[in-house]
Write a protein that binds this ligand. Structure first.
Ligand code: FPP
Length: 227
């Protein structure tokens, strides 16, 4: 990745605002999550056409277990349905689907579906779709430090958060060391291919220096970060 890069290859998204979107429409929070799943499909379809090669989506944080059990269970079922239903489409479109985060606290049915999808889509080269489920960046960093794999964590070029909040919420903290940050008030269920294109246009207006000076290559550009 050069500092004057025109396209972000790794885009990460904190998909926020589902609940508020639904509540504002007098609907139950889960209607927002269901609409959020439709937004995931739209964005995954659009991403390769916009030059994105890796897309990491924050679906469920390690802190989301604090939510009411009914919401947690429905979310986990939504992920299960998504992974099962999308595996064939991913294979067709050359999308490699993987899941990051802890697996030991997930329902076995979801873990099985994830493993099946990861196996079936392993050859996908058009887009690497990574779903973060039961994910905590601090936990992932501690694990990678212990395993000596920190340097192989893939740098994020552009980190998007929808829903109006401006924080990182323990998402990809190591990988986002030099990420460009983009915050939008648009609620995730309303995020579209056009919204993604708009974020990318803003990214292209930014100048990435990686701590260097304009015109000089960033020190961690190629090997260390963009692996
Ligand atoms: C944050 O909105 C969103 C989540 C905790 C869940 C993300 C899940 C989806 C987008 C559903 C579909 C995902 C997949 C991978 C199929 P929030 O509920 O915190 O919204 P709020 O801040 O308005 O309450």
């Amino acid at each position: 990745m050069s500092q004057s890069t025109s396209l972000p290859t790794h885009v990460a998204i904190i998909m926020d605002g589902n609940g508020r979107w639904a509540t504002n429409r007098g609907r139950p929070r889960f209607a927002g999550h269901r609409a959020g799943a439709a937004a995931v499909r739209r964005v995954v379809e659009a991403a390769p056409h916009l030059g994105i090669t890796t897309l990491t989506l924050f679906a469920f944080s390690a802190d989301n277990w604090k939510r009411p059990a009914t919401e947690v269970n429905r979310l986990l079922r939504l992920f299960l349905g998504y992974v099962r239903a999308e595996t064939a489409t991913c294979v067709e479109r050359g999308v490699r689907l993987t899941v990051i985060g802890r697996r030991d606290r997930l329902p076995p049915t979801l873990v099985e579906a994830v493993e099946t999808a990861e196996h079936a889509t392993a050859g996908g080269r058009t887009l690497h779709l990574r779903l973060a489920i039961d994910y905590s960046a601090r936990h992932a960093i501690a694990q990678a430090a212990a395993a000596g794999t920190l340097e192989s964590m893939e740098a994020v070029d552009l980190l998007i958060r929808t829903g109006g909040e401006k924080r990182l919420s323990d998402f990809l903290l190591w990988e986002s060391a030099y990420a460009e940050l983009y915050f939008t008030p648009v609620a995730w269920p309303e995020f579209s291919a056009a919204s993604l294109a708009e974020a990318l246009a803003e990214y292209r207006r930014r100048q990435r220096r990686f701590g260097g000076l304009p015109g000089l290559p960033g020190p961690r550009d190629e090997a260390a970060v963009a692996s």
